[in-house]
Design a protein around this ligand. Structure first.
Ligand code: GDP
Ligand code: IMO
Ligand code: MG
Length: 432
């Protein structure tokens, strides 16, 4: 039975279409955490952490994909939960890269035995599926995420513990054969891949734990647990803009299923929301700005993907999306990020309503044909036209900037507790 740690579990979730700055907040909160856990997704995520070393003045930049960003804090241990799909070669490449940057992760990384494996052919199939979709392709990260979760849902997936099962090669071959039947023969060195995974299994072995037991022990020992969400609510398999979504539960529900923890232990849910909106890949985006404003966000906000380097699509903040996201995830507070990117704007627009045939919609439509027809209603707020990157207290922000923050807070009825005014860890305002 779980006895909760004093402050309960803290969860950080992406509130829009991803890349809101979850990694940055995870890094900040990892300073007050013992364990940083990932609960869903895989290396489709890309979390950038920027740290200005106080002593050396050196700027360090880390890119996390499968590993939790909490590893930047040397006192924090990292846990990869059962809900993830892990590609071991890619994960070790990532681990080697951050270790080469000086982060010693020895004895700090633990992986659930129940997590699923992404195998090389999943990545090939990801690409083939996209080709089949043609003009309506999802624009996936081509990391094999969808095919690995499909295998899991169809009960033929291979989990981390299967690596040590004598029947692993046989199971692997069967899966590849199945893919050949479905997609025709593609170039793939099945035997070479089996050997590669078996060799990596040895390196993986000391990191593997019984997922639920491991985490519950941490909880019983009153360890402070921080959950680093990946992807985002609008990419959730059930609540996102289906089918233009990822293949896992990226919402609050995925935290419980992905980690094997009961809901009542979660005390804090922080929604991370960018001061405007971005999206990578295909799919609807009602407030997208295919004009100078969109280009402004791309250029000033450096909106290029951490994982694939793709240019992110950009638009105004959409409070209809945020209301829907808040309803599902139940944010106890928000982190408003990249507010500094709006510094030069004369006017700022915010979507507050969707109208269908002149009538306001109550929620966010499930049917993309309906979504296409909605008229987006905006409120226009005055910009502040000054540099806020040096502000460290809410009071220091210009009046119009405070008004923008308050407008969002009042609309959603959730407190904005953190404000990002630059990429670095210290470019953050904590609002008390
Ligand atoms: P994540 O996937 O949610 O962790 O976000 P990403 O790391 O993919 O993308 C967010 C980008 O914005 C990263 O390059 C961050 O360094 C940067 N960033 C985060 N917060 C801020 C902020 O408040 N201001 C600015 N200018 N950049 C930020
Ligand atoms: P972070 O954690 C932005 C998008 C992809 C694509 C769709 C499906 O960095 O916020 P997938 O490879 O998951 O099958 O792709 O989901 N996507 C993301 N977009 N940030 C992410 O993660 C994303 N993870 C998936 O671009 O449209
Ligand atoms: Mg990202």
């Amino acid at each position: 039975m779980t006895t909760t740690s004093p402050d309960g579990v803290t969860v950080i979730l992406g509130a829009q279409w991803g890349d809101e700055g979850k990694g940055k907040l995870s890094d900040i909160l990892a300073a007050e955490a013992d364990v940083c856990a990932r609960c869903a997704g895989g290396n489709n995520a890309g979390h950038t952490i920027v740290v200005n070393d106080a002593e050396t003045g050196k700027k360090m930049k880390y890119a996390f994909h499968t590993l939790p960003s909490g590893l930047v804090n040397p006192k924090c241990i990292a846990f990869i939960g059962s809900g993830l799909v892990i590609n071991p070669p890619a994960m070790f490449e990532e681990l080697d890269a951050i270790q080469a940057q000086g982060l010693d992760c020895t004895g700090r990384l633990f992986i659930s035995d129940r997590a699923h494996l992404v195998l090389g052919f999943h990545q090939i199939v990801d690409g083939l599926k996209e080709i089949e979709l043609g003009g309506s392709s999802i624009g996936t990260t081509k990391r094999g995420i969808g095919p690995a979760y499909s295998g899991k849902a169809s009960r033929s997936g291979l989990r981390v513990h299967h690596l040590y099962d004598p029947s692993f090669p046989e199971k692997f071959r069967k899966l590849v054969e199945g893919r050949f039947k479905r997609y025709g023969h593609f170039e793939y060195d099945t035997e070479g891949e089996i050997k590669k995974y078996q060799a990596l299994a040895e390196r993986l072995k000391p990191l593997i734990v019984d997922g639920p037991v491991f985490l519950h022990k941490q909880i019983q020992q009153n360890k402070r647990i921080l959950v680093e969400g990946a992807n985002a609510l609008m990419l959730d398999i059930d609540y996102g803009t289906y089918p233009y979504v990822t293949s896992s539960a990226t919402s609050i529900g995925g935290v419980c299923t992905g980690l094997g923890i009961p809901p009542q232990i979660i005390k804090t849910v922080i929604g991370v929301v960018k001061a405007y909106t971005t999206r990578v890949g295909g799919g609807p985006f009602p407030t997208e700005q295919l004009n100078d404003i969109g280009v402004h966000f791309q250029e000033v906000g450096a909106e290029y993907g951490t994982t694939t380097g793709r240019r992110r699509r950009c638009g105004w903040l959409d409070l209809v999306v945020m209301k829907y996201s808040t309803l599902i995830n139940g944010y106890t507070s928000l982190n408003l990020t990249k507010l500094d990117i709006l510094d030069q704007l004369k006017e700022i627009k915010v979507a507050t309503k969707y109208l269908l045939d002149g009538k306001e919609l109550e929620g966010f439509p499930a049917d993309l044909n309906v979504l296409e027809k909605v008229e987006v209603v905006y409120e226009t707020l005055p910009g502040w036209e000054s540099d806020i990157t040096g502000c460290r207290k809410f009071e220091e922000l210009p009046e119009n900037c405070k008004k923008y923050v308050k407008f969002i807070e009042d609309f959603l009825g959730v407190k904005i507790q953190w404000i990002g005014v630059g990429p670095a860890r210290d470019s953050t305002i904590r609002v008390f």
